[in-house]
Write a protein that binds this ligand. Sequence first.
Ligand code: ADP
Length: 317
Amino acid sequence: MFLPEYAIEAKDLVKTYPATKTTPEMRALKGIDLAIPRGSIFGLLGPNGAGKSTFINTLAGLTKKTSGTVRIWGRDIDERPRDARAAIGVVPQEIAADPFFTPREALEVQAGMYGVPRQERRTDELLAALGLADKAKAYVRQLSGGMKRRLMVAKAMVHNPPVLILDEPTAGVDVELRRQLWNYVLELNRRGVTIVLTTHYLEEAQELCDQIAIINRGQVVACEPTTTLLRRMDTRNVIVTPAEPVAAAPQLEGFETRSRAGGAFAVTYRTGESSVEQVLAAVRASGLHIKDIATEDPDLEDIFLALTYAAPEAAEV
Ligand code: ADP
């Protein structure tokens, strides 16, 4: 069996949405280079509008790229579009299930669309794995939101693809279901399936993903093993408790600030560029009196902010 080093490889991937009567041309992907190792759980993080969905839709063959190359499981999406598409299952952000099918029918129809022969179908296995066995014959419209989402995962897996892509899989999903979904995703990964997911839940990415790419405004700003990303960053937090509690963190020139419980706030600084002294000077200059301070190592959220904060809008091209 052919096993590529990378499940997905994108080189200089560009996507420009053409201008419409009401919107200007939009360069959603500005030359993305990403190599997603086979067998990884790869997190794609970025703020809204960063280009995550555009990237995923390009992989899935739903959006036509402007330029660049993409290989899925070693198959170029221009040269071997069908083979490339057969190698991925995509769980879209929106729930789009036909309300008049039962979950069993939905999976059978999907398998038929992928040309999976009857004897190779895994309908029962998938229904069981996603906790839908007892709903196999209910109409999809009768399922809860969480069940519908699990059905979407099952649909993405009917053709047994080596790569599963999940676009914001746990947005609006309750804690219990999230755990169930992750257990299944982890199980798939143990069986060798490469997982790519986009998420806003930084904690989730930190916990689950072995590699993380951060994209912002159509560009990759970081791509590393999660542990390296966390270690490499030279950011620190200073937690400031002001004499008078503040409702919102003050804006400080050159620093990221976020409010904390009890009227305190965190100031993130880079150790190579400034110091606790400078942070405290900036706090005092803003007119606040300091009651107490503490320092803290960064988590992914701080790194994310530090990396996505830099480029001002004016630098956009
Ligand atoms: P994300 O998934 O990270 O939130 P998207 O890929 O959805 O980001 O969007 C990236 C940029 O492309 C945004 O500025 C968005 O408005 C724009 N965009 C997305 N889809 C379209 C489209 N179909 N037509 C025009 N612009 C789009």
